[in-house]
Design a protein around this ligand. Structure first.
Ligand code: ADP
Ligand code: MG
Length: 237
């Protein structure tokens, strides 16, 4: 499902965080929002989820304006950096919680949990509690909890930054595998250039509230739009 930011501005008090943002994420694309800390990545993502409102401009999901739409009615789910699982609940209960609160019957919850657990290769962990899992397993459970509702748009805000370096590299590949299996439009926020270069179909580089360049990793590396992009990516120009 296509996602579009149309001339979005966001101010917190007199801090102008996003300036005239125009950005289209294509259906099925894996788009990475890349930029230094404080440049407005999370704010841009949270707007899609409906957790922040733009000061001006319009956001479209699947061609429909959603600025006034309730977060829970948006066909979107989001994984955060701090993906707190419910410690007293089993993996199964954690994963199916979004269905339970929507009163989906138990048999259907079980079926959907089995399906997503198989994709995430955590089928043998469903009875465990979060404290009995490794960091990578917990992250998979968090991904499962977000994906069980089969949203059309999947948002990730620095989801790997709490993992150690080796696991982080492994999970990059896992998230990409998940993306291609589910074919779900994904927006992935990171400040890590390598993560962006290895995962993205296209990268949107942000700085100072402005979109600096939107292009494929190859193009960004070989044809940076300006000095800022070249310096940030470390490309030769
Ligand atoms: P990033 O995710 O790129 O690190 P953020 O979108 O979190 O950046 O923040 C962008 C800017 O907006 C920062 O200067 C931050 O302090 C400010 N900001 C974010 N959320 C709020 C808020 N709720 N109230 C006030 N300022 C905020
Ligand atoms: Mg952030």
């Amino acid at each position: 499902m296509q996602v579009r930011y149309e001339n979005i501005n966001k101010k917190f008090g007199n801090v102008h965080v996003l300036k005239n943002l125009h950005l289209t994420v294509n259906d099925g694309e894996f788009l990475v929002l890349l930029g230094p800390s404080g440049c407005g990545k999370s704010t841009a993502l949270r707007m899609l989820a409906g957790l922040e409102n733009p000061t001006s401009g319009e956001i479209y999901i699947g061609g429909q304006p959603v600025t006034d739409m309730d977060p829970k009615d948006r066909d979107i789910s989001m994984v955060f950096q701090s993906y707190a699982l419910y410690p007293h609940m089993s993996v199964f209960e954690n994963i199916t919680y979004p269905l339970k609160i929507r009163k989906v019957p138990k048999a259907e919850r079980k079926k959907k949990a089995d399906d997503i657990a198989e994709i995430l290769e955590i089928g043998d962990l469903l009875k465990r509690k979060p404290k009995e899992l490794s960091g990578g397993q917990r992250q998979r459970v968090a991904l499962g909890r977000s994906l069980i509702r089969q949203p059309n748009v999947f948002l990730m805000d620095e989801p790997l930054s709490n993992l150690d370096a080796k696991l982080r590299v492994h999970m990059r590949g896992e998230i990409k595998r998940l993306h291609s299996e589910l074919g779900i439009t994904s927006v992935y926020v990171t400040h890590d250039q390598t993560e962006a270069m290895t995962m993205a179909d296209r990268i949107a580089i942000m700085e100072g509230g402005h979109l600096q360049q939107l292009a494929s990793p190859d193009e960004i590396y070989h044809q940076p739009a300006n000095r800022y992009v070249g310096g940030f990516i470390g490309s030769p120009a």
